[in-house]
Design a protein around this ligand. Structure first.
Ligand code: ATP
Length: 357
């Protein structure tokens, strides 16, 4: 039996807006789950229903096999960290961490032990006497996380906790949160619109769009086996390249290049004959040197050297794409190139439903 079960969960707000449709998910104890998707897709609404901060309009939410729909936030054993980490400005780090426990009337000695061990986990031991204003953004966020984990609850909910930090701090905090999760072993649900955060932190990712779950899977599954155009385009940076085309005689035209897709279509080749498809390939899957796969001619419009690789913006006779290449192989601007896509790296999607073929 899963630790948390969301069964056909729906949210219809009082104004009639249907924000979440038939959300189904089983979460094991200790898992790190990330909800990811563009703004407004229903991630926070789902998290808030789990927290007990929003009513569930339809469906059932179970904790450890017991229905929890009617339980208040305090009775669910959840702790939540929000985007704005609202520390008490007049209180020291120690008091900010201790506050919730003091309210519960817990013994001072026990509080001190808990504050110290939490500070140890978070690397805040040297900052316990400081006020929040004397901390960096990342340190403040760690105190906010500390306030949640000090309660030793089983379920840890985080809503875009890193969005107020700068890019460098985000990278550091990402690995710190993963580390805290390993140390505490608490079941964690983390909301973000950032696919890199999702890929680097999650055991499993839930990709959402317009209130619907698109796919649930490990980062590996989502990257290599996306079920539709949306997931394929959302996971990966730069995103997968897509070209709309039509199957004719088992082949597709990509600009003025012809690619044999009959093997990829396999036994569906006949049913897709004459049909519209979306041809997808990842920027990093191509090669300028190895001649394995199909060859595509393109002209180079722009190159961006990023250090570890170069993004090459190309025009394939009217179709725009991005290629990721070794910086030592960066082609000249305005030059004509031929690149190769291994057949195993070509993704085909149905032109109507956008589902993977
Ligand atoms: P973001 O990353 O922008 O927070 P999100 O994926 O977390 O996006 P939600 O905050 O869950 O999205 O919102 C989902 C949809 O529900 C949005 O279209 C939002 O406008 C709508 N919504 C949120 N709260 C309410 C409310 N109280 N009443 C009506 N509609 C709401």
């Amino acid at each position: 039996m899963a630790y948390l079960s969301l069964k056909d969960i729906n949210k219809i707000y009082p104004n009639g807006f249907h924000a979440v449709h038939d959300f189904n998910l089983e979460i094991e104890k200790g898992e790190f789950i990330v909800f990811v998707g563009p703004s407004g897709c229903g991630k926070s609404t789902t998290l808030r229903m789990i927290a007990g901060l929003e009513d569930i309009s339809k469906g059932e939410f179970l904790i450890d096999g017991a229905r929890a729909n009617e339980k208040g936030p305090r009775d669910r054993g959840v702790a939540m960290v929000f985007q704005s980490y609202a520390l008490y400005p007049q209180m020291s780090v120690y008091d900010n961490l201790a506050f919730g426990l003091t309210l519960q009337g817990i013994d001072e000695d026990i509080i001190e032990k808990k504050v110290k061990s939490t500070a140890q986990i978070l690397g805040l031991t040297d900052y316990l006497d400081r006020l929040p204003r004397a901390l960096s953004g990342g340190q403040r966020q760690r105190v906010a996380v500390g306030r949640a984990i000090i309660r030793k609850v089983g379920i840890f909910l985080m809503d875009e906790p890193l969005s107020n930090l700068d890019a460098k701090q985000r990278v550091t905090m990402r690995s710190e949160i993963t580390d805290i999760h390993r140390k505490t072993g608490s079941t964690t649900i983390y909301v973000t619109h950032d696919q890199t955060e999702a890929m680097t932190m999650a055991d499993r990712i839930v990709v959402m769009k317009e209130g619907y779950v698109q796919q649930v899977g490990t980062p590996y599954e989502l990257y290599f086996n996306p079920v539709n155009v949306f997931v394929a385009g959302f996971i990966g940076e730069p995103p997968m390249n897509f070209v709309k085309t039509t199957v004719k005689g088992g082949k597709c035209r990509i600009g003025e290049n012809t690619v044999d897709v009959s093997t990829i279509l396999g036994d569906k080749a006949k049913s897709y004959e004459g049909k519209k498809v979306v041809f997808g390939f990842r920027p990093e899957a191509i090669s300028l040197k190895s001649t394995e796969g199909c060859s595509i001619k393109a002209s180079v419009e722009l190159t961006e050297l990023l250090g570890d690789n170069t993004n090459v913006y190309v025009d394939i006779q009217g179709e725009k794409s991005i290629l990721k290449v070794n910086p030592h192989d960066t082609p000249e601007m305005d030059s004509e190139i031929t690149f190769f896509i291994p057949y195993s790296s070509i993704y085909l999607f149905d032109g109507e439903t956008e589902k993977r073929i």
